[in-house]
Write a protein that binds this ligand. Structure first.
Ligand code: NAP
Length: 237
C-alpha cells in the first residue's frame, strides 16, 4: 500500500477525476477528505469509501473555506500529508474561472504547503491541463488559469524545496468526466478530440488518478515543480 498512514485532502473530490483519486488513494491505504462544493456528491463519495473518508463543504474560490478545510482534514485524521488542488470549472465567465481554477489553486498551495511543511513535509498536486501548455484559440480564462497553475507549481516548488514539500502538477488531456460531457455529445468536437489524440480515445479518470498516486507517494521523491503530462499523446503533435 503506497499511501499507508497518509492523509490526503482532495478538492472537487465529488466528481470525475477527483472522485477517482479519492478511491485510488483510499485503496492504497490513505485517509481521504473530500473538500467539495456540492454536498450531495462529496458526501456520496465519502460514504462509498467508508470510515477512512470524510466530506467537508468547500468553495475553493474562498480563501477562508480552503483554510478551514485544511484545518478540518488535519483535525479529523490527526495529520495531513497530501493536498490535491483539483476542483475546476470550464465554460464559465472570466471571473468565476479565474477565481476557482487559479485563485483556488493558489490558496491550496499557499495554506496547504505551509501546513505540510509545519508537520514534516508532504506532497501538493495541482490539476492543470494540456491547455496549461498550449492554447486552442478559445476558452481564454480556462487557458490563462491553467497556464497560471503551471507557474504557481514552479514558484511554490522553489519556495518549499528545502522544507520537505514537493509541489507538482498534472496536465491531463481529454478525460471522460462530466466536464467533457458536452464535447463528447457534439459530433464535430468529439471527432476532433479523437483524431487529434494519437491514442484515439479519451482518457479515463482512473488513468489520471494513477499519475496522482505516483506524485502523492514516495515513488516521486525527487520530483518537484514538474508538469506531468497524461494526454494520450495530444501534445506530441
Ligand atoms: P468535474 O467532473 O466537473 O469535477 C469537478 C468537481 O469540482 C465537481 O465536483 C465540482 O462540483 C467541483 N467544483 C467546482 N467548483 C468548485 C469550487 N469552487 N470549490 C469546490 N469544488 C468545486 O471535472 P473533472 O473533469 O473531474 O476535472 C477535475 C480537474 O481536472 C479540473 O481542474 C479540470 O480543469 C481538470 N482537467 C480536466 C480535464 C478533462 O478532460 N476532464 C482535462 C484537463 C484538466 P460541481 O459539480 O458542484 O460543480
Amino acid at each position: 500500500m503506497r499511501l499507508n498512514d497518509k492523509v490526503a485532502l482532495i478538492t472537487g473530490g465529488g466528481s470525475g477525476i477527483g472522485r477517482a483519486m479519492a478511491h485510488t488513494f483510499a485503496d492504497e491505504g490513505a485517509k481521504v477528505v473530500i473538500a467539495e462544493l456540492d454536498e450531495a456528491s462529496g458526501q456520496k463519495v465519502a460514504d462509498e469509501i467508508g470510515d477512512n473518508a470524510a466530506y467537508v463543504h468547500c468553495d475553493t474560490s474562498s480563501e477562508e473555506d480552503v483554510q478551514a478545510s485544511l484545518a478540518m482534514a488535519e483535525k479529523r485524521f490527526g495529520g495531513l500529508n497530501v493536498v490535491v488542488n483539483n476542483a475546476g470549472v470550464s465554460q464559465k465567465d472570466w471571473d468565476t474561472t479565474i477565481a476557482v481554477n487559479l485563485s483556488g489553486v493558489y490558496y491550496g498551495c499557499k495554506y496547504g504547503a505551509e501546513k505540510l511543511a509545519a508537520s514534516g513535509g508532504g506532497s501538493v498536486i495541482n490539476l492543470s491541463s494540456i491547455l496549461g501548455l498550449v492554447g486552442i484559440g478559445a476558452e481564454d480564462a480556462y487557458v490563462a488559469a491553467k497556464h497560471g497553475v503551471v507557474g504557481l507549481t514552479k514558484n511554490f516548488a522553489i519556495a518549499f524545496g528545502q522544507r520537505g514539500v514537493r509541489i507538482n502538477c498534472i496536465n491531463p488531456g481529454w478525460i471522460e468526466t462530466p466536464m467533457t460531457a458536452t464535447i463528447r455529445e457534439m459530433e464535430v468536437m468529439n471527432t476532433q478530440v479523437m483524431t487529434q489524440t494519437p491514442m484515439g480515445r479519451y482518457g479515463k479518470p482512473e488513468e489520471i488518478a494513477k499519475a496522482a498516486l505516483f506524485l502523492a507517494s514516495d515513488d516521486s521523491s525527487y520530483m518537484t515543480g514538474a508538469s506531468l503530462v497524461v494526454d494520450g499523446g495530444w501534445t506530441a503533435r
